[in-house]
Write a protein that binds this ligand. Structure first.
Ligand SMILES: Nc1ncnc2c1ncn2[C@@H]1O[C@H](COP(=O)(O)OP(=O)(O)OP(=O)(O)O)[C@@H](O)[C@H]1O
Ligand SMILES: [Mg+2]
Length: 539
């Protein structure tokens, strides 16, 4: 008679501090909102991926919290297959997520591996990479994300003559990792660390190992030819259905959205392999409008990087909307998604980057005219540097940038996302100043501004407490403090302390004599204290 074995129980040694999982409290929509800050389009795929990854980590957390150990039963991973053309945000999405969650992230390329593990590389190296990405923290590494690109290249289509051992071989080697296996880690000080790591992280030979059971796998590829397989199936399934959608949407329909696991098997994947990926997300090609939006997003690093390049020479770079539209138009023709954007920006701007530093030019407004004929524009600039035209172009571009920041904030509001502080026109200016002077993503600039705001509010609180009054800083006063602090690059505390010290005596005097204890601190309190006190005593 067969006896059901007791489920193996794995002990896990985690301390609150050690593992991000204990504090993991992100909701799918929050993660999606975070992605929205950076990633344009891909709404459907973004939603699926954010949700399944959130669920994955919540599940892992619950297992940990419930029993402080991980059961061997009942943990099915939400491994993900991503299908989509080049340069549309597949890798970017996962990088953003790993960054937001603070989990280690290792990226590999499936074409590199061969079945034997000797020719190209060993699939297990992926897991070792994760260990290094986690700075040698085994407990962190076991909850990492492994991203494997070009997975379509290890599909073994039936029309290959003879058995395609190496591709299916890699699939099988990966199967082991996807499921559960102990990967031997070659730690730098193997031997020394034996004492450090507890038993379960060592195999029989006493070597340090990393268990892959909780590692999330995401694989991606362009899957050329898959669309045909899907179309063929749809045709066979129902003749009417296909011609109907074709009629309705003409050419624009993305058939990949109808993909089923069966299609992937027909494409050349082993059934077991496909079975380990319960989630499929399809990325769309980027439209011209989306390429424009990527450039116009004040969080975009492609544009930011270009600005930083020019900043090196003290040149401030700004772009008009029509310049971005022109670049987007060109990028669409290349057919490499957003990858084309960086290349085109380089091509257009390198002549300027090369030449302008030798001249007394410290601003450059990138306009449609410049994008269409960079060389001609540069020649004109150098032959007539005094012309007002260049200043005007720059001014137009600066206004456009400011509008984009405004638009970004408005969009957040319409999406019901709470801003960390209310943005008045004055604060918009401050935000823009930070964004421009530090060349950071607008989210960072916003964080910086709101951090200063919080400090002012904290000072308001401590000032009140210390003087046993209720001091209320008016909005105008708060804005004034934020502006001065930014201008002087000074701490909030230092600045307020210096400005308000003289007032303390008056407040305590007033409190004693009038029994009043609520005081508004206006901008005047900082600018002209005599006048402020005079008005205070009068009131
Ligand atoms: N939808 C998008 N929104 C914003 N930026 C994007 C988007 N797609 C791509 N980018 C930008 O283009 C760069 C390249 O994109 P990514 O690495 O994600 O391409 P990919 O889809 O993984 O392509 P490949 O199949 O060639 O690996 C990203 O680093 C990002 O800056
Ligand atoms: Mg990629």
């Amino acid at each position: 008679m067969l006896k059901a074995g007791k489920p193996k129980v794995e002990r896990i040694n985690l301390t609150q501090k050690q593992n991000f999982l204990f504090n993991f409290d992100l909701k799918p929509v929050e993660l999606e909102n975070y992605l929205d800050e950076y990633l344009i389009g891909q709404k459907e795929a973004k939603g699926i991926i954010a949700t399944k990854i959130c669920t994955h980590f919540h599940k892992a957390k619950n297992l940990l919290l419930k029993s402080h150990r991980l059961d061997n039963v009942g943990f099915i991973k939400n491994n993900i297959i991503i299908i989509g053309p080049t340069g549309v945000g597949k890798t970017y999405t996962l990088k953003l997520i790993a960054h937001k969650l603070g989990v280690p992230f290792a990226k590999g390329d499936a074409t590199k591996y061969s079945e034997t593990g000797y020719v190209g590389g060993d699939v297990e190296d992926l897991i070792r990479d994760l260990y290094y990405e986690a700075d040698g923290d085994l407990e962190k590494a076991r909850f990492g994300i492994v991203y494997l690109d070009e997975i379509d290249k290890i599909a073994s289509p039936g029309d290959i003559i003879g058995p395609d051992v190496s591709r299916t071989g890699v699939q099988r080697a990966l199967l082991k990792l996807l499921e559960e296996t102990q990967v031997e880690i070659r730690t730098p000080q193997e031997g020394l660390q034996m004492l450090e790591f507890p038993e379960e992280n060592r195999n029989k030979k006493g070597k340090t190992t990393l268990n892959t059971k909780y590692i999330l796998f995401v694989v991606s590829g362009a899957f050329q030819g898959l669309e045909e397989i899907i179309k063929k199936r749809l045709k066979k399934q129902s003749l009417g259905f296909l011609s109907e959608i074709e009629k309705k949407e003409e050419q624009k329909i993305n058939y990949l959205k109808f993909v089923t696991p069966e299609d992937l098997v027909n494409y050349g994947f082993e059934r077991e392999f496909v079975g380990r990926f319960p989630v499929i997300a399809v990325f769309d090609p980027l439209t011209e409008e989306e390429l424009f939006e990527i450039l116009a997003n004040p969080n975009n690093v492609i544009v930011l990087n270009k600005k930083r390049d020019f900043k090196v020479y003290g040149i401030d770079l700004a772009f008009t909307d029509s310049a971005f539209r022109e670049i987007a138009k060109e990028a669409l023709k290349e057919g490499t998604g957003a990858r084309a954007l960086a290349r085109i920006l380089e091509r257009i701007l390198i002549p300027f980057e090369r030449t302008l530093p030798s001249y007394q030019i410290n601003i450059l407004g990138v306009t449609e005219e410049l994008v269409k004929d960079p060389e001609g524009y540069l020649r004109a600039m150098l032959s007539n540097p005094e012309s007002q035209k260049w200043d005007e172009a720059y001014r137009e571009a600066i206004f456009a940038e400011r509008d984009r920041i405004h638009l970004y904030l408005e969009k957040k509001k319409t999406q019901n996302q709470k801003l960390p502080l209310e943005i008045t026109p004055k604060r918009l200016n401050l935000l823009f100043d930070i964004y421009k002077s530090e060349e950071v993503e607008v989210t960072h600039a916003l964080e910086e501004l709101s951090s200063i705001y919080r400090q002012v509010k904290a000072y308001e609180g401590s000032f009140s407490k210390r003087n046993q009054i209720q001091a209320i800083f008016t909005d105008e006063a708060i804005d004034y403090v934020m502006e001065e602090v930014l201008k002087r690059d000074q701490g909030v505390f230092t600045f307020c302390e210096r400005a308000l010290a003289r007032l303390e005596y008056t407040f305590s005097f007033l409190k004693e004599t009038t029994k009043r204890n609520r005081f508004y601190i206006t901008k005047m309190a900082f600018l002209d204290q005599d006048k402020f006190l005079e008005e205070l005593l009068k009131s």
